[in-house]
Design a binder for this molecule. Sequence first.
Ligand code: SF4
Length: 109
Amino acid sequence: MSARAGRFPLLRLVLADATAGRGWRDDAACLGLDTELFFPVDDRAASTEPPRRVCRGCPVRAACLADVLATEDPARRFGVVGGTTPGERRVLHRAGLAITTPEIGGDVA
Ligand code: SF4
């Protein structure tokens, strides 16, 4: 468990459930896709929409987002992950408890 999750008890509970093991990666909608798609040239909507479209239909989006929020280096956020841009993950990280909402699998970003 990361130190970040330890600061937010509710976040810790979600992470414990959502990231239990890494088997969820086997069901990722991006599995086998060109990773370049998830690293757009900028954060403009036109650039981020293609990877967001993939993430919106991903059955493991909540686990993916929980995992990246728990493990990503705050100084090195890159790409669209869990349907979010680096700037959006920065906001979620600062908010901490936002990740605990059950709707996160479908309504984030
Ligand atoms: S939410 Fe997006 S980045 Fe995460 S596993 Fe699914 S398709 Fe891949």
